[in-house]
Design a protein. Structure first.
Lengths: 323, 254
């Protein structure tokens, strides 16, 4: 019962946030200097031409009427058509989703399979030898390496010296998996550096917090092997913050790794939305941002549920931790 | 960091001066070479670091003030005010940060104000959340209750009893927000929506360097390295502050 009411509250909150996001985006778009008609027709269009174009897309209605119209259509699953390409926005977004999705999946896999072990290792070895320090320094450097610097350098190195991987030239995975991977591995690697480092740091902190718990000391005293202690006592207790971080990174990547898409010329969601902002293609921006916000909210719920599964004390129906 | 501030003050040179031939590699006169207009990179870089740090610092200061006010009030009062603030914060949090920054830049118009506004909006949600959590915890303490019981007025309770106890969180988060701010400025200027040339900033320099990377790789390496070092050192300061203010972290290292 308590879980049920939690779901209701969560869903209501999500709906309110999404409506809020859509209103904010709508207001921002209308507040931008240079409306759609001006941007498209250029500086030499007559007033009359501008008015005609605005009328065609209903941009001369009041802002409230426009928003209401959009909201009604969006609730019915219709996100309108791009005013530039005349294609339905939903089609365009779903054709670009695989690119963004593939990038996100590749980077997150790297974070899970490289970042987590690295974090555990640096934490366990914190006092034993220099390995912990080196790992800590590397991950510190990794989170400080902005993707536009790293990406620029990677693009330069690989386009100049042709190291067997291509920069740009995206091919759908279904058409030619090998060519697709050649084009995607570099951008994914650039994104992975941050994902891996951030995951390693968070894992390290979480594991260090668990290491001081009495039950770990007790396990050591009982003579259990280090590998067993890590698997049995540490991983599960340290998992919560790591899970939250990884879902946050996933949401961020699915929202569109804009700079990487731009650098590597990938037809993903991020580059599409940014282009649409420049052209005042209202429906596209509206739908794109809403999609990113929805992904973020859904993944937050997923994170809460996962944390509850891993550690019922922190679960969504846990009591005694109000405020 | 210290080096950056110190050198800004004395090592000047006119950043706009056409000092020599275009795209020259590093040489004794121009330590870091010259760019596509023949400007020496050293003064450009110093100007860029100064602009980036100044912009980010002002923006983060604004974030800190706003987050502190909102977070402390919401955490102390709870109830409807808390819900309202948290809803607003969640709203901003749901935007991917670069998308938010680009929207801001489109509304305000590309330039320095856009970069600052974007940094504030990107950094405010997390900081407000954490300050609120800290403030909520502190507000349950006995000394706050006893202050209320002995009739201390609300502003005084907040400033004298709550604020000092959440200041650690503010300092730590402010430091991290500064490195996020530098990243946002860099990314936005890199996309041509932040600081506008000929004004230099780290993002502008990296973007310009990227264009001429094949002919003159030093143009991107120098600002890139400076940017990475700046963020790295800020993060180290942040980690240090956190270790100090959140002792659970250091307990295991002793």
């Amino acid at each position: 019962m308590r879980l049920f009411s939690w779901w209701i509250r969560r869903a209501l909150g999500a709906a309110a946030t999404l409506v809020g996001v859509s209103i904010l985006v709508f207001l921002a778009l209308r507040a931008m200097p240079g409306g759609f008609a001006e941007t498209i027709l250029g500086p030499f269009a007559s007033e009359e031409q501008q008015r005609e174009l605005a009328q065609r897309y209903g941009l001369d209605d009041s802002a409230l009427a426009q928003y209401w119209l959009w909201l009604q259509a969006a609730l019915g699953g219709d996100f309108g058509t791009s005013m530039i390409s005349q294609e339905p926005v939903a089609d365009e977004l779903s054709s670009r989703l695989p690119v963004t999705g593939q990038l996100a999946v590749m980077a997150v896999l790297a974070a899970v399979f490289i970042g987590v072990p690295l974090g555990v290792l640096t934490a366990v070895r914190a006092r034993a030898d220099g390995g912990g320090t080196v790992g800590r320094l590397l991950s510190g450097l990794g989170v400080s390496l902005p993707e536009f610097v790293l990406g620029s350098i990677v693009v330069f190195l690989f386009s100049r010296y042709a190291l067997g991987l291509s920069v740009g030239g995206y091919v759908p995975f279904g058409d030619d998996p090998a060519a697709n991977l050649r084009a995607m591995i570099l951008p994914a690697a650039v994104l992975s550096v941050f994902a891996i480092s951030a995951t390693a740091r968070t894992t390290r902190d979480a594991v260090l917090n668990v290491l001081v718990e009495p039950y770990v000391t007790a396990a050591v005293a009982r003579g259990e092997s280090p590998a067993f202690i890590i698997r049995h006592h540490i991983l599960r207790n340290a998992a919560a913050p790591v899970v939250v971080l990884i879902t946050t990174i996933t949401a961020y990547l699915l929202g569109g790794a804009i700079i990487v898409e731009y650098l590597f010329n990938l037809p993903g969601i991020g580059s599409y939305v940014v282009q649409a902002v420049g052209r005042r293609d209202y429906a596209v921006v509206q739908a794109g941002v809403l999609l990113a916000a929805a992904v973020f909210i859904v993944l937050n719920v997923v994170a809460d549920l996962l944390v509850g599964l891993i550690d019922p004390r922190l679960g969504v129906t846990a009591t005694g931790r109000q405020t | 960091m210290v080096a950056a501030f110190g050198s800004m003050a004395n090592l000047g040179g006119d950043p706009a001066e056409l000092a020599g031939a275009r795209l020259q590699p590093p040489s004794p006169e121009h330590w870091l070479g010259t760019d596509h207009l023949g400007r020496s990179l050293v003064p450009r870089l110093l100007e860029g670091v100064g602009v980036t740090l100044l912009l980010s610092s002002i923006a983060v200061l604004a974030t800190a003030v706003l987050s502190t006010a909102l977070g402390i009030l919401a955490g102390y009062a709870g109830g409807a005010l808390n819900d309202l603030v948290m809803r607003l914060v969640e709203l901003l949090y749901a935007f991917p940060s670069i998308v938010l920054a680009i929207l801001v830049a489109a509304v305000v118009g590309p330039g320095r104000p856009a970069a600052m506004a974007a940094i504030v909006l990107v950094t405010i949600p997390l900081m407000t959340r954490l300050v609120r959590a800290a403030s909520a915890a502190v507000s349950q303490r006995d000394y706050v209750t006893s202050a209320i019981v002995s009739g201390v007025r609300l502003p005084k309770i907040l400033v004298r009893h709550v604020l000092p106890n959440v200041s650690g969180t503010i300092a730590v988060q402010g430091t991290y927000a500064l490195s996020v701010g530098i990243l946002v400025e860099g990314g936005l200027s890199f996309l041509g929506l932040g600081v506008q040339p000929p004004q230099a900033s780290l993002g502008v320099l990296i973007q310009e360097g990227g264009v001429y990377m094949v002919a003159a790789p030093w143009l991107i390496i120098a600002p890139g390295v400076v940017l990475i070092l700046a963020i790295l050192s800020i993060n180290v300061v942040g980690d240090g502050l956190r270790d100090r203010f959140e002792p659970r972290e250091t307990r295991s290292l002793r």
